[in-house]
Design a binder for this molecule. Structure first.
Ligand SMILES: *Cc1c(COP(=O)(O)O)cnc(C)c1O
Length: 231
């Protein structure tokens, strides 16, 4: 099936359940993004700052770009003018830098706190206690140009569906707890970004509001950065 066919299949399936689709276009060329765009998709996810900046410059300006990969503080400035949602906030230090850059551009930048739910060493994110500590801190209370609209998590890469479901459920439970404790009055705190190509159905069953799907739409990722293909 073509990218457009895949996109429409997921878009229809997810919209029927009230779940937002982030089409993860990392490692795929701008032409592929455009094909999904013409099929009606507006929200795209990238995990590298440089790749997102390159694509943003040459693709339609009404695309909503989500940064879904680990973000270094010194790179926030490149995406601050346009990024729609930073899904991978994993420290107060990073959040302070996002706030600083948002002020420069006279914006309020929406963010998700990335929570560590996987049983794997390599995944970034805050653990439950760290997330609560961040939200309780006076420094966080002073940040007026960032808005936390929810949580994001990546489950363990495993065929054990039971484990995956348990991890997604943990994120859902934490989300509810944080909502009651810190965002009781803020309706904007409502997103749980969980689920990828292999596990989005399990994520939705556990309360996901936003899934990040890459390979099921765009096909297998080429190993190299798409720009290197010409050289
Ligand atoms: C790559 C990536 C995805 C999409 O993964 P697929 O398995 O291709 O759907 C989702 N979330 C994050 C954080 C990613 O880095």
């Amino acid at each position: 099936m073509s990218i457009a066919d895949n996109l429409l299949k997921y878009k229809n399936e997810l919209e029927a359940q009230g779940v937002k689709l982030v089409a993860v276009s990392k490692n795929h060329p701008p032409e592929s993004v455009l094909e999904a765009y013409h099929a009606g998709q507006r929200v795209f996810g990238e995990n590298l700052v440089q790749e997102m900046v390159d694509k943003q410059a040459q693709l339609p300006q009404d695309i909503e770009w989500h940064l879904i990969g680990h973000l270094q503080s010194n790179k926030v400035k490149y995406i601050a003018p346009f990024v729609k949602l930073i899904e991978s906030v994993d420290s107060l230090k990073l959040l302070k830098e996002i706030n600083k850059q948002a002020i420069k551009h006279n914006r309020i930048i929406d963010c998700l706190l990335q929570i560590y739910i996987a049983d794997e060493e390599s995944k970034f994110g805050l653990d439950f206690d760290e997330a609560v500590e961040l939200l309780r801190s006076e420094e966080f209370a002073e940040l007026k140009n960032v808005r936390i609209i929810g949580l994001m998590g990546i489950a363990t890469n495993t065929a054990q569906e039971k484990q995956t479901s348990i991890e997604f459920n943990e994120l859902k439970v934490l989300f509810e707890g944080i909502k009651v404790s810190f965002f009781r009055k803020e309706e904007s705190f409502r997103e749980i970004s969980m689920g990828m190509s292999s596990d989005y159905k399990l994520a939705i069953a556990e309360g996901s509001t936003m899934v990040r799907i890459g390979s099921n739409i765009f096909g297998k990722r080429v190993i190299k950065h798409w720009k290197n293909k010409e050289s």
